[in-house]
Design a protein around this ligand. Structure first.
Ligand code: GLA
Length: 382
């Protein structure tokens, strides 16, 4: 893929003098959904699908960007101080330049191998890769954590999505063949070997066109804040909902009068508990237990947090009814995007064929399947 991006660069910008190349992965979250912004534990992996960049400073005040995923847009050119949003991928470039306070002209060709809106973090992959590339070109590389926090600000402050830190953090800090158990409150993490023994991980994309996903995401976040406010009004001093364990949750539940908010709280606290259990299962090579945690996570996201929808539910329940399935759930923000499933080796091909058939019958179009490697974080490549 990098060679193709390099060729495109020469085709567009005539030569590749002084160019540098970067790769930034996407991510799949194994478990710990919608709790990063509640100070909980998450367990994502970086993957070998992501965004490739070929880039050089052009010593002008103009950015010239070309994305091989949006060839119809051609080269997009704008001033280094331009902050006008046009609802295109260039908005992310403008956001990165503003938040990183780097206003240098550059020529860039990029290509993403993660489909958009797939829930595998194509936007965080892009922002983090570009933030890393521009910082490198500006000879001012910051720590991985600082990079992740700055890229989160691009989403929150520039794009208006109130996302947590999980995506940017794993994309910066991913390790080959390791999941990270990340404490989103302290940003401390533990590397967990992602060894599934005699099992395989499958990722399936609903291919649903996501609509209103950002506003529904912000709505869930606001609901969690409402719960926290109620608890504060009643004298509790939790900083985050995930400061509570299941026992404390039962104790405070009667204070939450709204049934929907009760369910939101139950998802958050139980998901945090499941994530810790799942990490232990992975460490203990207990893949059946890991699978159970995954499936329970989906149920909670469906019934209590209400972020799944017909497409994701169809995929997950179809996965679960096939022979050899150890567990399955949606991954990422939800409302579409991807689901993951763990299968005993040897059963996956038949299962994918069945799931495809069933999904097509119920939804009217096919899902896509991906097999990925668990991979390292954002880096410069040759
Ligand atoms: C999106 C956000 C993350 C996280 C997940 C849900 O990917 O960017 O911060 O909240 O949704 O777990």
């Amino acid at each position: 893929m990098l060679e193709k991006v390099k060729e495109k660069f020469v085709e567009i910008f005539k030569d590749d003098k002084d160019t540098r190349c970067f790769f930034s992965p996407g991510r799949v979250n194994i478990i710990g959904e919608h709790i990063d912004y509640n100070g909980g534990y998450v367990m994502p992996c970086a993957i070998d699908k992501g965004t490739y960049f070929v880039i050089r400073l052009n010593h002008t005040n103009i950015v010239n960007a070309y994305s091989m995923q949006f060839e119809n847009l051609g080269v997009i050119s704008f001033d280094v101080f331009d902050e006008n949003k046009t609802n295109q991928y260039s908005d992310f470039i403008k956001g990165v330049m503003k938040i990183f306070d780097i206003h240098l002209g550059f020529d860039m060709v990029c290509c993403g191998t993660i489909p958009h809106s797939s829930g595998l973090s194509s936007s965080a992959s892009f922002c983090t890769g570009l933030g890393y590339a521009l910082s490198s070109l500006n000879c001012n590389l910051v720590s991985h954590t600082a990079l992740a926090l700055a890229c989160k600000r691009v989403e929150n402050e520039f794009m208006g999505v109130n996302s947590g830190i999980m995506d940017q953090f794993i994309i910066c800090n991913g390790k080959d063949e390791k999941a990270l158990l990340l404490d989103c409150n302290t940003l401390k993490y533990e590397e967990i070997p992602f060894e599934l023994e005699d099992n395989v991980l499958i990722i399936a994309n609903t291919n649903k066109k996501r609509q209103l996903a950002d506003s529904k995401y912000n709505e869930r976040r606001a609901e969690c804040e409402q719960v926290l406010t109620i608890l504060h009004e009643n004298g509790y001093t939790f900083k985050y909902l995930c400061d509570m364990d299941l026992k404390q949750m039962d104790e405070v539940m009667p204070l939450i009068k709204d049934e929907k908010l009760q369910r939101r709280l139950r998802h958050v606290v139980s998901e945090n508990d499941r994530t810790i259990k799942a990490s232990k299962a992975l460490i203990n090579h207990d893949i059946n237990e890991l699978g159970k945690c995954l499936t329970a996570s989906h149920e909670s996201l469906k019934n209590d947090y209400e972020v799944t929808g017909k497409e994701l539910d169809t995929l997950v329940y179809s996965f679960l009814t096939q022979e050899g399935c150890v567990g399955a759930r949606m991954t990422g923000a939800g409302f579409g995007g991807c689901a993951i499933a763990i299968y005993k080796k040897g059963f996956e091909e038949k299962a994918m064929a069945e799931v495809k058939k069933e999904y097509l019958e119920k939804i009217g179009y096919e899902p896509s399947f991906y097999q990925v490697k668990v991979y390292g974080g954002t880096r410069e490549i040759k």
